[in-house]
Design a binder for this molecule. Structure first.
Ligand SMILES: C[S@@+](CC[C@H](N)C(=O)[O-])C[C@H]1O[C@@H](n2cnc3c(N)ncnc32)[C@H](O)[C@@H]1O
Length: 290
């Protein structure tokens, strides 16, 4: 018997399978069996928003969707946890060696632009952390170099938040006090990124599991793609990593999250162990596509 009250609707195994297939196909995100109740609570907000009585009707609607409900579903199911300078050891390595090396390489190539991509950037914390580092470490020493920073995510709502650049205390807990004073305006318990830093970053929507989307991203010196690969299955992970390899210039670096090793995936990126962090480098003589 169908329930008429969406708030009490429950997600059957059969409809869970239908919904997770749609989500896997659209975003590459994997919901293993143990995540059924998580998906139920996330999707329920969409049922209520659409005024639909149960998950079955919602799945029927999605299978015919050409109206943007799929994008709203993806927004509802993504996990957007992030923070400024989330993995401090990676930022230490960037400051101490990787960013200076990348600038040197571009200078040797007689180029005057450096490109940085925060892939799956959520509310922009990582992209702005990179912008702050560029401003602190690189711009004063290399005024002739242009730094292009791009932040992308599949979730259009977090991208809106990223563009406004407003953060709670929790998001900025790792930001050194001097950076907090220099690069943020404080308004009560909200920290607002200063316009000069905000203007350094372009945000746009991009699905990492969509090959067409990935192909638009080329010639990056540095890519940070952290804490998103864990949500993909092995096939999607391999495809995304191959795409990121192609998005790097030879000699460029990739950082992933602390628990996201590339081992066994047959990606020709070279692990570079630094004192406190692990980076992956595209060899300068590497093959154009793995
Ligand atoms: C846990 S957050 C990580 C944010 C940031 N990279 C960090 O490490 O703090 C994961 C982000 O990946 C995004 N995401 C999930 N699937 C995606 C996909 N297929 N393409 C692009 N972004 C995706 C989510 O919307 C979410 O904002």
């Amino acid at each position: 018997m169908k329930r008429s009250n969406a708030a009490e609707a429950t997600l059957s195994k059969k409809t869970f399978d239908r919904l997770r297939d749609i989500i896997r196909e659209q975003a590459g995100l994997d919901f293993p069996d143990g995540k059924r109740y998580l998906l139920e609570s996330r999707v329920k907000s969409r049922l209520l928003a659409q005024g639909l009585p149960d998950f079955e009707t919602y799945a029927d609607r999605l299978e015919q969707d050409h109206t943007g409900e799929i994008a709203k579903l993806v927004n509802a199911v993504t996990i957007n946890e992030t923070a400024f300078f989330r993995h401090p050891s990676q930022f230490e390595a960037l400051e101490a060696s990787i960013l200076p090396e990348l600038v040197r390489r571009r200078q040797q190539e007689r180029a005057n632009t450096m490109r940085i991509w925060s892939a799956a950037c959520s509310a922009g914390d990582e992209a702005y952390s990179l912008a702050i580092l560029v401003r602190e470490v690189l711009e004063p020493r290399h005024p002739q170099m242009n730094f292009h920073i791009v932040g992308t995510d599949i979730d259009t709502e977090v991208l809106e938040a990223a563009r406004t650049g407003r953060y709670r205390q929790r998001a900025v807990r790792n930001v050194p006090a001097s950076y907090l004073r220099t690069y943020f305006d404080r308004s009560g318990d909200t920290f607002v990124i200063k316009p000069a830093v905000r203007e350094m970053v372009d945000f746009h929507a991009l699905n990492l599991t969509d090959e067409g989307d990935r192909r638009t991203m080329r010639n990056f010196d540095l890519i940070m793609c952290a804490n998103v690969l864990i949500y993909f299955n092995e096939t999607a992970k391999r495809d995304v990593l191959r795409g990121l390899y192609r998005s790097l210039r030879p000699g460029g670096y990739l950082f992933v999250g602390g628990s996201e090793a590339l081992g066994g995936l047959d990606i020709p990126l070279e692990p570079i162990r630094m004192e406190s962090a692990l980076a992956y480098q595209r060899p300068t003589n590497g093959s154009p596509s793995p």
